[in-house]
Design a protein around this ligand. Sequence first.
Ligand code: AMP
Length: 396
Amino acid sequence: MKILVINCGSSSLKYQLLNMDDETLLAKGLCERIGVDGRLKHERGSEEFVTEAPMPDHSAAIKIMLDALLSKEHGVISNINEIKAIGHRVVHGGEFFSDSVLIDDAVEKAIETCFDMAPLHNPPNLTGIRAAKQNMPGIPQVGVFDTAFHQTMPKKAYLYALPYALYDNHKIRKYGFHGTSHKYVSMKAAEALGRPYDKLKIITCHLGNGASICAIENGRSVDTSMGFTPLEGLVMGTRTGDIDAALVPFLMEKEKLSAQQVIDMFNKKSGLLGLSGVSNDFRDILQAKQDGNAHADEALEIYYYRVANYIGRYAAAMNGVDVIVFTAGLGENSALLREKVCAYLGYLGVKVDPEKNAQRGKCMDFSAAGATVRAMMVPTNEELVIARDTKAVVLG
Ligand code: AMP
């Protein structure tokens, strides 16, 4: 059963075609500069094909993606109908969706209702859904929401201490994101340890350019660090993470900024980039630190400290933890980051084996002998979760 996974941004469209009989990747690609000019990178195994082609909108990008999938030279299918379903990543599902769903008009309407809460993500997600419908009519489409996994959080974790009417009237609350990743790596960790998922206390750390932590108790998300939007929580590549809300009017007055400009600063100019003054990329900051840049050094220390803080908080929330999982760009690739964060966690029973921790690219337990809490690295695979959910929804 072949399933196409689509992840649409405002000017980009990422895709993967998977054979879900054996969960293998057939082809993947990226359409970029949609609405500007248009560029496609298509990969089949180790072969890569790049072309410039006009993409005035997402529908044009989907046509070019289909041409690549069907092409004699680089293609992997001979007929569109070989695609049995399409899974779409949708960032915000509000309180509407606690699971993946078959997309119909009511689902599209609900995704639209969430536009205010994810203005950068939900509109292009819906554009992608409509463009896919237009170009591949009759193929079932499934929405997989970044927020859905966290819908199991209890009220004590998701309500902000604001006047209650704001929750009633505007659904202001913590939603959390990266749900597909937290779900995938936590399940994978349990499987690798050979322990029952529904009897474990797991803390998953998705540390990429965007970053969040999740507390998963007996297979259910019970708390997570991102909030109403992805701005809350950890220090990120360009985002502040947790911050005193009183800074908004203070900065508006002192720096003569509009509210929008302050939020843009919090989202795009802060985090590792703002603190280091160097880059949002961890590798550049490490290099700057080696070159003697004191701000880069501080930025890294603040980053590790905030991650360790949240792990302690979630260990408290679950009255213990069995496994801590690191994933995404930084979590998977930086042994230094894992070592630095784990150095704070000896009190929990975490002990790192430096040789195991130095390995990369595979699911591994890097705990030393005597550790009572497992520390693991698990490569994430959000597309595979989307494809699995899509298959499950379509097969009913
Ligand atoms: P993501 O958003 O998941 O692609 O993660 C991007 C982040 O991962 C960037 O800050 C990168 O610098 C970081 N990253 C990727 N590869 C490495 C590596 N080999 N060592 C350290 N950081 C890395």
